[in-house]
Design a binder for this molecule. Structure first.
Ligand code: PEP
Ligand code: MN
Length: 266
């Protein structure tokens, strides 16, 4: 169902008026984790000021260590909902288990399925049975074929609104947190009709690489870029090393806008 052979036109997903996959890159910014209303609102104000329509933030955080901050859960979803109403932004947030899905649907606009859950088939099927768009991230060590099959699980349940997100894969390279598989973007665009985004934060794990990798993503034809922003990354409860503060975010965004003007992408 997700194959280009099945449908030759690009799938375009309308989220809060933002058309993902229509040719011009879309942006998803927001903190790694929801920590407080004030923290999310500060980032939301800066997203809104740029005329952007989407915000991300994790309420359920799939952490490597059980002793690390696990997210605010339902309270986090409530914060996201409040901020989304106050700032006119659509919420993208990760859901980690089918048992959270139903209650979460009232608070969110897009279901994110994280890298660690890309092959949680029960979660894929449950998300496929909802009417919310799904942002599906590539697994830490998933092949492109496995990634496409994960999207197929979602679509097989009737949900056609799927955004694929390349977020880096595990290789022997230690200079970055993961290795951004940039060529996955045109491969996924050729093989499927779905929009493809690139998460520059989790793929690199390095603030200094966010901008060059975002340029690469846009130049290679990605439908969007995801990056994490926190009002004070030094005190962030997760991903402190790689989130942008607001002045850095402003400069990042401005440079990308100029870059896009000079490029007749897609
Ligand atoms: C995230 O986007 O919050 C996240 C945890 O990313 P990933 O699943 O790609 O590691
Ligand atoms: Mn993060």
């Amino acid at each position: 169902l997700v194959s280009r052979k099945k449908k030759s036109e690009d799938t375009i997903i309308n989220i809060n008026g933002e058309l993902i996959g229509q040719g011009k890159p879309s942006f998803v910014f927001g903190p790694c984790a929801v920590e407080s209303y004030e923290q999310v609102a500060a980032v939301a104000a800066s997203i809104q000021a740029k005329g952007e329509k989407l915000i991300r933030g994790g309420a359920y955080k799939p952490r490597t260590s059980p002793y690390d901050f696990q997210g605010l859960g339902l309270e986090g979803l409530k914060i996201l909902k409040r901020v989304s109403e106050e700032y006119g932004l659509a919420v993208i947030t990760e859901i980690v288990t089918p048992s959270h899905l139903e209650e979460a649907l009232d608070y969110i606009d897009v279901i994110q399925i994280g890298a660690r859950n890309m092959q949680n088939f029960e979660l894929l099927k449950a998300a496929g049975a909802t009417n919310k768009p799904v942002l599906l991230k590539r697994g830490l060590a998933a092949t492109i074929d496995e990634f496409i099959h994960a999207a197929e699980y979602i679509m097989s349940k009737g949900n056609e609104n799927i955004i694929l997100c390349e977020r880096g894969i595990r290789t022997y390279e230690k200079a970055t947190r993961n290795t951004l598989d940039i060529s996955a973007v045109p491969i996924l665009k050729q093989e499927t009709h779905l929009p493809v985004m690139v998460d520059v934060t989790h793929s690199t794990g390095r603030r200094d690489l966010l901008l060059p990798c975002a340029k690469a993503a846009i130049a290679i034809g990605a439908d969007g870029v995801m990056a994490e922003v926190h009002p004070d990354p030094s005190v962030a409860l997760s991903d402190s090393q790689q989130q942008m503060d607001i002045p850095t975010f402003d400069a990042f965004y401005e440079t990308l806008q100029k870059f896009m003007k000079n490029y007749e992408v897609h």
